[in-house]
Design a protein around this ligand. Structure first.
Ligand code: ZN
Length: 49
C-alpha cells in the first residue's frame, strides 16, 4: 500500500461544526449536540459538493 493515502476528508470520519459557538469536532458519527454549548452541530465535511 502506498503511503500517500492521507485524506483529511476521509469518508469514515466527519467534521462537525457547531452552529452556535463554531467549535469543530471530528467524529466517526454525528455527536448530536455540541460538547461545549450543547448547540446544534452540522457535518461540514460532506457539504462541499
Ligand atoms: Zn457549541
Amino acid at each position: 500500500m502506498p503511503t500517500i493515502d492521507i485524506d483529511p476528508y476521509d469518508a469514515s470520519e466527519g467534521v462537525f461544526e457547531c452552529l452556535g459557538c463554531g467549535t469543530r469536532t471530528r467524529a466517526e458519527s454525528h455527536p448530536g449536540t455540541c460538547p461545549e454549548c450543547d448547540g446544534t452541530v452540522r457535518n461540514i465535511a460532506i457539504s462541499r459538493e
